[in-house]
Ligand binder design. Structure first.
Ligand code: NAP
Length: 260
């Protein structure tokens, strides 16, 4: 399917690896020029070079922490303050116990997973509105629909972002701009492997055993892939998705046991 977005430009945050990279690859395959971002310059430059070579699009790489004001300023400067497509993403907060989290822990989680995507939207939505076309996809989590108790910081911050998107998506939709959230269930990325490591340690089992046990909880009996996730993101950014507004789309292999 021709996604109809060839030649457009996208900012894809936190995209040297994992789900962000999956989104960047799928957009590049559709002919979209990219600004990529991650903190570590080496992996980021390698990803940028791979994508340029594979898809022949322009790729600008900005090594910066997207959750800081200074980092965001540098990333936004690389877009010239304008992008047709914005994919927000950042690392998720660490697991823990509700009784241990301090105010600072909450502020850090809110900064990373709620206030950063909001600040990026505030910066780029005006240009999208002015040109009458734009797409925003926020990478959130299945924890928005179905809480993961040990990830309370993530549950809290991402639900806050979801509330912001619910109203804002309806405000910008008349201008040809859509905002939607993609909710990953378990995908085979470094993040999932590190969570498996935590479970293995806590339960005294191997990382492989921890993965087998988690896969057994997913109806498709495997983890999702970054490529599958990226394809869904690229579709939401396509010309065909203009009627999809303010949705929270779960990509979890059926793990969330709910009728709606
Ligand atoms: P990942 O494989 O660990 O990749 C994270 C990417 O984000 C890397 O490129 C990393 O590069 C970059 N990054 C992290 N923090 C950043 C920051 N502050 N500023 C800029 N770049 C940053 O993670 P993932 O699995 O793709 O997860 C992406 C998001 O989806 C996370 O928020 C995660 O919590 C959420 N999620 C993932 C899953 C899953 O199963 N994978 C499930 C639910 C939710 P640097 O480290 O070099 O910065």
């Amino acid at each position: 399917m021709d996604l109809g977005i060839k030649g457009k430009t996208a900012l894809v945050c936190a995209s040297s690896k994992g789900l962000g990279r999956g989104c960047a690859e799928a957009l590049a395959e559709a002919g979209v020029h990219l600004v990529l971002n991650a903190r570590g310059a080496e992996a980021l430059e390698a990803t940028a070079a791979d994508i340029r070579a594979k898809w022949g699009v322009n790729v600008t790489a900005v090594a910066a922490d997207i959750t800081t004001d200074a980092g965001r300023d540098r990333v936004l400067a690389a877009t010239g303050g304008k992008a047709d497509i914005l994919v927000t993403n950042a690392g998720g907060p660490p697991p823990g116990l509700w009784s241990d989290w301090t105010r600072d822990d909450f502020i850090k989680a809110l900064d990373a997973n709620m206030l950063t995507p909001i600040a990026l939207m505030q910066a780029l939505l005006p240009g999208m509105i002015a040109q009458g076309w734009g797409r925003v996809v926020n990478i959130t989590s299945q924890s928005v629909k179905s809480p993961i108790p040990a990830l309370g910081l993530s549950n809290a911050a991402r639900t806050g972002l979801t509330g912001f998107v619910a109203g804002t998506a309806r405000q910008v939709a008349p201008n040809g701009v859509t905002i939607n959230n993609l909710l990953p269930g378990i995908h085979a990325t470094d993040r999932a492997i590190s969570l498996d490591g935590g479970v293995a340690k806590a339960q005294g089992i191997s990382v492989d055993e921890a993965r087998v046990r988690r896969e057994a909880t997913i109806p498709v009996r495997r983890y999702g892939t970054a490529a599958e996730f990226g394809a869904a993101c690229a579709f939401l950014c396509s010309q065909h998705a203009g009627f999809i507004v303010g949705q929270n789309i779960l990509l979890d292999g059926g793990a969330g046991n709910a009728t709606i």
